[in-house]
Structure formats: structure tokens, C-alpha cells
Design a protein around this ligand. Structure first.
Ligand code: NAP
Length: 249
């Protein structure tokens, strides 16, 4: 895969799955904009790591809160001013705030919806406007198996990821004649900070339910995202790819 001369914005790219995606895309020759909100140190050291590994890579970091429309738009404008456009977007930033639904407040519900789903709407809408000008571009949204299966304590998270799945299809329809593809991926359990609160016993129970009996890796998500952005996926739009070891088919 080669993406030479193109750029990409990876939201939440400073750590976790986003950091893996940023590294993989830089390796394939994309100029990568690594977005972070709180993790400035992670983002800067990731940038240096990428530049050490791939001396020809082009990487920049950009701080903004994806839940703020104004921040997101300012960031997009900055990227366009610097690079003259945006070719690819990965809406990866996400949070959890788990609680059994009968104890969950509306603000706890809204917080997760805003960071995960509303941000994806804002990013996708702006990307479609920008990419349609060149009749070229692709967006990958990071969803979750939780959208398809539900999960106790995650009504906010499941709702946000369900919204991502349905908005991906809608954006794909609207982007199809404008040269812009939209797809999503739905990882199962991947070992990152997001699941660090899950203790080893619980992880073992979860593993026993996964047909492949193991967690997924960041690389397994990153390379799927790279494929979906690439021209090898040029006839794929509105699709969701499960990366879950077979727990949901
Ligand atoms: P993580 O390690 O907790 O990382 C979350 C990322 O999201 C961080 O880079 C964080 O950046 C960013 N982020 C959170 N709120 C943000 C905001 N308001 N503005 C900008 N960035 C923000 O989680 P992860 O496991 O890598 O998750 C990445 C994506 O994969 C998420 O969408 C998640 O739902 C999805 N996913 C994960 C799993 C899993 O098992 N790990 C499974 C399915 C789907 P800062 O630290 O800079 O704030």
C-alpha cells in the first residue's frame, strides 16, 4: 500500500489504537496529523518514535477536543491552510463511562455520545465537504462490537457506536457520487488503556467466550483501517468490518 503525497487526520491518535493507526499510516507514506486532547506527552513522543523509525515520514500533532464543534472546525481549517486539503480521516477518539443504565445520568449518557458519536458526525461532515472539492477521499470510523451485541453497563457507549454504524452508511450514500468513501471497523476486545480497568479474571472469562480465545491487537485494527483507506478498497463504501476473533459474526 502506498499513499504518497496524501494526508490523514487521526483523532485520538496519541495513544492506544489511534497511535497504532497513526504509525501504520505514516509507514505507508501518508502525512499524519496526530490529534490529542489530554495526552500531549504521548502524542509528541509518538511523533518522535515514528520519525525515528521512518525518517522520511511526515508527522504533526494537533491538539483539540473532538466534542467541540468549534475546536474541530478550527483544526480542520488549520490542516487545510497547511496542506491545501485533507485526503483521509480516521474518527478514532472515544471514551467509556460505564454504569448500569438505571443509575446512569443523562449527562453521563451525553458525555459519551458527544465524544464518540457527535464528534464522528462533525468530522465526517467536514471531511465530506473538504474531500468532495477534489472528488477524492475516504473516512474510517472506529465503532465497536458493543454496537452489535450490547454490553451491560455500556448503554451510552453502545448507543454511540450504534450511531456511528448508521451514520457511516448515510455518509457513504451521500459521499458515493462525490468521490468520498465512508466505512467503519468494529473491534472486539483490544488491550489498551480503555480496558485496563478490567481485571485478569474478567479478561479470562471474556477470552473463553471468544472463538479465537484471545484479545485482538492494535496492529490487527490498524492494518484493516489502512486497507479501507487505500485504493485497494476503492469499491468498498458503507461497510463495517468486524475485528473480533469471531465473537460476533
Ligand atoms: P484509549 O487507549 O482509551 O484511547 C482513547 C483515545 O481517544 C486517546 O487517544 C484520547 O486522547 C482520545 N480522546 C478521548 N476523548 C477525546 C476528546 N474529547 N478529544 C480528542 N481525543 C479524545 O482507547 P482505545 O482502546 O485506543 O480506543 C480507540 C477507539 O477504539 C475508541 O473509539 C474506542 O471506542 C474503540 N474501541 C476500542 C476497543 C478496545 O477494546 N480497546 C474495542 C472496540 C472499539 P487523549 O488521551 O489525548 O485525550
Amino acid at each position: 500500500m502506498k499513499f504518497t503525497g496524501k494526508n490523514v487526520l487521526v483523532t485520538g491518535g496519541g495513544r492506544g489504537i489511534g497511535a497504532g493507526i497513526a504509525t501504520t499510516l505514516a509507514q505507508y507514506g501518508l502525512k499524519v496529523w496526530i490529534n490529542y486532547n489530554n495526552s500531549e506527552e504521548h502524542a509528541k513522543s509518538l511523533m518522535n518514535e515514528i520519525l525515528d523509525k521512518f525518517p522520511d515520514a511526515e508527522v504533526e500533532t494537533i491538539r483539540f477536543n473532538v466534542a467541540s464543534e468549534m475546536n474541530f472546525l478550527d483544526a480542520m481549517n488549520h490542516i487545510i491552510q497547511q496542506d491545501g486539503g485533507l485526503d483521509y480521516l480516521v474518527n478514532n477518539a472515544g471514551i467509556t463511562n460505564d454504569k448500569i443504565s438505571i443509575s446512569m445520568s443523562v449527562s453521563e449518557y451525553d458525555q459519551v455520545m458527544n465524544v464518540n458519536a457527535r464528534s464522528c458526525f462533525i468530522g465526517s461532515r467536514e471531511a465530506l465537504k473538504i474531500m468532495a472539492r477534489k472528488h477524492f477521499g475516504a473516512v474510517v470510523n472506529i465503532s465497536s462490537v458493543t454496537a452489535q451485541m450490547g454490553n451491560v453497563g455500556q448503554v451510552n457507549y453502545a448507543s454511540s457506536k450504534g450511531a456511528i454504524n448508521s451514520m457511516t452508511k448515510t455518509f457513504a450514500l451521500e459521499g458515493a457520487l462525490r468521490g468520498v468513501r465512508f466505512n467503519s471497523v468494529s473491534p472486539g476486545l483490544i488491550k489498551t488503556d480503555m480496558v485496563k480497568h478490567v481485571n485478569d479474571d474478567a479478561i479470562n472469562v471474556l477470552k473463553s467466550r471468544i472463538p479465537m480465545r484471545r484479545l485482538g491487537t492494535i496492529d490487527e485494527v490498524s492494518y484493516t483501517v489502512a486497507f479501507l483507506l487505500s485504493d485497494y478498497a476503492s469499491y468498498i463504501t458503507g461497510e463495517n468490518i468486524n475485528i473480533n476473533g469471531g465473537i460476533y459474526m
